[in-house]
Design a protein around this ligand. Structure first.
Ligand SMILES: [Zn+2]
Length: 137
């Protein structure tokens, strides 16, 4: 993750927010509409406890900037902020919109029966544009 730099587009998603310490990517293959991953940028950090006080403040503030944009655009019932890292040991947080028709309402991730296909490029770009506009407000 450190080696990838700060790309605009990755295999998994398209960036719609670039902050001082984080980049937010809308997933191409959303198991839930609006599923976003915020990557910590800068030095290598695996655990949030390794952040300095200012870094931790900034990271959390940027998560909230992204979360508010997701609320405006997708209007979920709630958002989950899942900071895992057991499979990818570089600090990142999945922001997972939860909706009234959630297939697994009691679980940290919705688990649809089948993995969804990648979104059509135009639809993905339209959502990225809407999120960028929501962040400007
Ligand atoms: Zn790293």
């Amino acid at each position: 993750m450190c080696a990838e730099g700060r790309p605009e587009v990755t295999e998994d998603g398209v960036r719609f927010f670039s902050g001082q310490v984080g980049d937010a990517y809308l997933r191409r293959r959303p198991i839930q509409r609006g599923l976003t991953v915020v990557m910590w940028r800068g030095r290598h950090v695996a655990e949030p406890t390794a952040l300095g006080e200012d870094e931790a403040d900034r990271y959390w503030r940027e998560l909230l900037i992204v979360g508010r944009a997701l609320e405006r655009v997708f209007q979920p019932v709630k958002l989950n902020y899942n900071t895992l890292g057991n499979s990818v040991p570089h600090l990142h947080t999945h922001i997972v919109p939860r909706y009234a028709d959630d297939p697994s309402p009691g679980w940290p991730f919705p688990f649809p029966e089948h993995e969804p296909p990648a979104m059509p490029v135009e639809a993905l770009q339209a959502e990225v544009d809407a999120l960028r506009a929501a962040i400007m407000k």
